[in-house]
Design a protein around this ligand. Structure first.
Ligand code: FES
Ligand code: FE2
Length: 339
C-alpha cells in the first residue's frame, strides 16, 4: 500500500512539520487546468482569500503566479497586460515586472533614480509547478515548496497512454471542506444523483474500512462497493489538504477513478477540479470519449454538480449560523449582537 506521508527523508509533509497543527499555506494547490489558460493575457484567481494573478512568462517559458497587487498603488495586476517585451505590466501607471517579481520598468522615473532596484517595488511571486495538466501554486514559505510533494495521481504516471481522462472545473458556493466531505459521503449518490449518476434502488449500507490515517490524510476500502455490490470494491484515498479519489475496477467498466481536487478560494467558496480517468479493457469506449466535444461532456458534469449544490450551500449556511449562535451569549441572536 502506498503510504500517505512522503517517503523521501528530505521531503516535507504538506501542512508543515508541527504534528498538532495543519498549516493550510504549506501545500501545493491546483489553480487552473493549463489547457484553459491564455498565454496572451493575465488570469485572476483567489486562493486562501488572497488574490493572485496567473500569467505566462515567455522569457522563462513558464506560468507565474503573483499576488494580484501592484506594489506601487495596489492596482490589480490581473487588469494589466503582457507587454511586448514579455513583462507583466500594471494597468495604472505602467510599472512592469519580470517573472521573479522584480520591477523592471517605471515609466515616470526621473533620470538617475533607480527605484525599481528597491525590494519595496517587488511583487510576491509564488512557486509554481505543472503536473498532469494542472498548474499548481505554493502559497507557503517558498523554501519549503521544492521539498513538499505535489499531490498527483500516481496511477496515471504508471501508464499514461492507457488512460482516457475527462476533466472539468467549476467555482462552487461552499467550502473546500464541505466539498471533500460530500465526496467521501458515497451514501448520498443513489438519492441526490437519482437518474444522473445514481439510482434510488441502489441505496444501502456504506462501510468504509480505514486502513491508514493521520495528519496527511487516510486510505480506506469499501468492500461491497457501489450499486449494492454489483461493481466490486472501491478504494478511497484522501491526501490533505485537498485531494480525494475513488478507485474502482469492475468487469463492466474497467478501471475508473473519480478524482476531486478542492482548492479553497475563500470561506464559503472553492474551486473543484474533477477528473475522471478511465482505463477500459476495450479501445471502443475510449475512442468514443475522445471524440466527444468537451463542451458536451461539461453539460453532463455540471448537471451532476448541480444535483448537490443547493443542499451543500444551505447545509453549510445553516451550520455556520448555528456555530455563530453558540458563540453569542445571553440568548441574543447573532444579528442582534452585531447591531
Ligand atoms: S499602481 Fe501599478 S503602476 Fe501604479
Ligand atoms: Fe454528489
Amino acid at each position: 500500500m502506498k503510504t500517505l506521508s512522503p517517503s523521501d527523508v528530505n521531503s516535507l509533509p504538506a501542512g508543515g512539520s508541527d504534528p498538532l497543527r495543519f498549516d493550510w499555506k504549506e501545500g501545493w494547490y491546483p489553480v487552473h487546468y493549463v489547457s484553459d489558460l491564455d498565454k496572451s493575457k493575465p488570469t485572476p484567481f483567489t486562493l486562501l482569500a488572497i488574490d493572485f494573478v496567473i500569467w505566462w512568462d515567455s522569457t522563462a517559458s513558464c506560468w507565474r503566479v503573483f499576488e494580484d497587487k501592484c506594489p506601487h498603488r495596489l492596482a490589480p495586476l490581473s487588469e494589466g497586460r503582457i507587454a511586448d517585451d514579455g513583462l507583466l505590466e500594471c494597468p495604472y501607471h505602467g510599472w512592469a515586472f519580470s517573472g521573479e517579481g522584480q520591477c523592471d520598468r517605471i515609466p515616470q522615473q526621473v533620470e538617475d533614480l533607480a527605484a525599481q532596484a528597491s525590494k519595496r517595488t517587488c511583487v510576491v511571486s509564488l512557486p509554481t509547478a505543472e503536473r498532469q495538466g494542472l498548474l499548481f501554486a505554493y502559497p507557503g514559505l517558498p523554501e519549503n515548496a521544492s521539498r513538499t510533494p505535489v499531490p498527483i495521481i500516481e496511477a496515471l504516471e504508471e501508464s499514461p497512454s492507457e488512460w482516457v481522462c475527462i476533466d472539468t472545473f467549476r467555482d462552487l458556493p461552499y467550502d473546500a471542506l464541505t466539498l471533500l466531505e460530500n465526496v467521501i459521503d458515497a451514501s448520498h449518490i443513489p438519492y441526490t444523483h437519482h437518474r444522473s449518476v445514481g439510482n434510488r434502488s441502489f441505496a444501502g449500507p456504506v462501510e468504509l474500512e480505514v486502513k491508514e490515517s493521520g495528519k496527511q490524510g487516510f486510505q480506506g476500502v469499501w468492500e461491497s462497493g457501489p450499486r449494492l455490490g454489483t461493481l466490486g470494491q472501491q478504494d478511497t484515498t484522501f491526501l490533505a489538504p485537498g485531494l480525494m479519489w475513488h478507485d474502482l475496477t469492475s468487469k463492466q467498466f474497467g478501471r475508473t477513478l473519480t478524482v476531486v481536487y478542492a482548492t479553497p478560494i475563500r470561506k464559503g467558496s472553492c474551486r473543484i477540479f474533477a477528473r475522471f480517468p478511465f482505463k477500459f479493457s476495450s479501445k471502443v469506449p475510449g475512442l468514443f470519449m475522445k471524440l466527444t466535444p468537451r463542451w458536451f461532456s461539461h453539460i453532463g458534469q455540471n448537471a451532476v454538480l448541480e444535483d448537490d449544490q443547493i443542499f451543500l450551500h444551505h447545509q453549510e449556511r445553516t451550520y455556520t449560523t448555528k456555530k455563530m449562535k453558540v458563540s453569542f451569549p445571553n440568548h441574543q441572536s447573532p444579528v442582534a449582537s452585531i447591531i
